[in-house]
Write a protein that binds this ligand. Structure first.
Ligand SMILES: [Zn+2]
Length: 120
């Protein structure tokens, strides 16, 4: 005899092992157990958690590149605003903001490798 619940439980345990976590609250629809995995919330009863394994794991590299593009966008925005700003006080704020984003961009960017990698 196979129990679908047992299969579900196994899937859930696997997800938890790979970084998922149990939420303290229960499902508003059925009161079932909720788990969070890769930024999404799943209900043990309502959701088809068997597909949970196919969700790609977010790698630190993805986060890094996302932060990089966010910082670049914000730098551009702030720079554009600063260009048109005549109020000294606002300019100071924008300049500070700009520096913070530049700092953030520097921090998420990995230091350049000194040795050139061979391209073949
Ligand atoms: Zn539910």
């Amino acid at each position: 005899m196979t129990s679908p619940d047992r299969q579900k439980l196994k899937t859930m345990t696997d997800a938890l092992r790979r970084g998922g976590r149990l939420l303290g609250e229960s499902c508003p629809k059925c009161g079932g157990v909720l788990i969070q995995y890769q930024g999404r919330t799943f209900c043990f009863n309502c959701d088809n958690i068997s597909g949970i394994e196919k969700i790609p794991v977010i790698s630190p590299i993805d986060i890094e590149s996302r932060l990089k593009s966010l910082a670049s966008k914000k730098i551009e925005e702030a720079a554009r605003q600063l260009e048109n700003e005549t109020d000294i006080e606002k300019q100071t704020h924008l300049a500070e903001l700009l520096l913070k984003y530049i700092d953030m961009l520097k921090k998420v960017s990995k230091p350049e490798k000194t040795g050139k990698s061979k391209e073949d």
